[in-house]
Design a protein around this ligand. Structure first.
Ligand code: F6R
Length: 361
């Protein structure tokens, strides 16, 4: 049931405020400025012994994991990283008893993720799931976890589930942080930020006409560059994946700082750059990257909290807490991918060569 939308992708992008609201519902504990995650199955004493967090997923879920790792590192101060599940399983990894492993998957059936979970379990590791489909294989095989509550996602390309995964990682980071050394005040700051998300998502979605108009102007590009820094880098990677999947336009994502180490050679008027430019402590650094691109006559579309002088176009997104900004900055770029694909007449809900869940190696 498309509920008046022309594609599931559009429907699912439009549902994100409700989906985020669902992920938060019943989980916030204002008394202790923390969250309750019923199915986690990890008590406070165990949570304090974790020395590393390793997040495993594929595609969009891996990108959500990259943002999640940064959130856990920032809020809980536990060294964390994300890795594609398939890479992890084939490199004969050292499985460490003090590491918390988190498998992230929309379908809960992705073979590479499931196989990584099974290998970890066989070696005695503690593995949590961050999964959308209730009762799926990965949800069943893990020791506990968080359901992301995005609701059914039909479009092959993931949008609302990505957003809810990142929100769920924020909840996990807050939970682990408050068991460890995150202050009550910081816990409250993050909770206040989380509560603002649904309203801010609706605000972004109200700007759809403007993004549609921008998409028409960028749809003639053969190739696009996406850049971001630290919190913005996984946002750039996910936005670049979304664009290639639905529009078939070639796209590259790089950390802004890496441009000068090679990719700058690609910059010319026919290769536009989408830049993630949050108002955080790296704003000046990001502005410097925009200047480098402008000096090579590159066209720039910025996603930012305020107008960027060097950019040809800027999509302004509402500001939240710095740790939560990545949740919002990707949303206009889902719409950019959607409207670009629409302008090019693509089969949006079923891009060529792709399947919704990849249950083979
Ligand atoms: C991208 C996309 C894929 C999936 C990936 C993992 O839009 O949908 O990259 O994210 O195949 O799937 P799940 O999350 O079901 O494990």
């Amino acid at each position: 049931d498309l509920g008046g939308h022309d594609t599931y992708m559009h429907k699912e992008i439009s549902e994100q405020a409700d989906a985020v609201d669902r992920a938060l519902r019943g989980r916030i504990d204002d008394r202790f400025s923390t969250v309750h995650l019923g199915g986690l199955n990890l008590d406070a004493r165990e949570a304090r012994t974790i020395r590393r967090v390793k997040i495993l997923g594929c595609g969009t879920s891996y990108h959500a994991g990259q943002i999640g790792a940064q959130m856990i590192e920032e809020l809980a101060r536990i060294p964390s990283d994300a890795e594609p599940a398939s890479e992890f399983r084939y490199r004969d990894p050292v499985v460490d008893p003090d590491t918390l492993y988190v498998a992230v998957s929309q379908s809960g059936e992705t073979y590479d993720v499931l196989a990584a979970v099974q290998e970890l379990k066989r070696k005695g590791a503690r593995v949590l799931g961050l999964v959308n489909v209730v009762g799926s294989a990965i949800a069943r095989e893990t020791d506990g976890g968080i359901y992301v509550h995005a609701g059914p996602e039909v479009c092959v390309v993931s949008t609302k589930c990505f957003t809810n995964m990142v929100v769920s990682f924020a909840l996990l980071a807050l939970h682990l942080g408050r068991i460890r050394d995150l202050s009550v005040a910081d816990g409250k700051r993050i909770i206040d930020g989380l509560r603002k998300l649904p309203g801010q998502i609706d605000e972004i979605l109200k700007g759809e006409d403007e993004i549609k108009e921008l998409s028409a102007r960028y749809a003639d590009a053969k190739s696009m560059m996406f850049i971001g820094r630290v919190r913005g880098y996984p946002v750039a990677r996910e936005a670049s994946l979304k664009l290639k999947e639905v529009s078939y336009i070639h796209a590259e994502a790089y950390p802004a700082s890496e441009l000068k180490h090679g990719p700058l050679a690609l910059i010319e008027p026919a290769m536009p750059t989408v830049a993630i430019v949050p108002d955080d402590d790296l704003l000046e650094k990001n502005r410097a990257a925009l200047e480098e691109i402008k000096a090579r006559s590159g066209r720039i579309l910025a996603v930012a909290h305020q107008a960027q002088e060097k950019a040809d176009d800027t999509i302004i997104v509402p500001k939240n807490e710095p740790e939560l900004d990545p949740i919002l900055m990707g949303i206009p770029l889902q719409l950019l991918a959607y409207h670009t694909a629409l302008a090019l007449g693509r089969d949006i809900d079923k891009p060529r060569n792709l399947a919704k869940s990849v249950t083979v190696e």
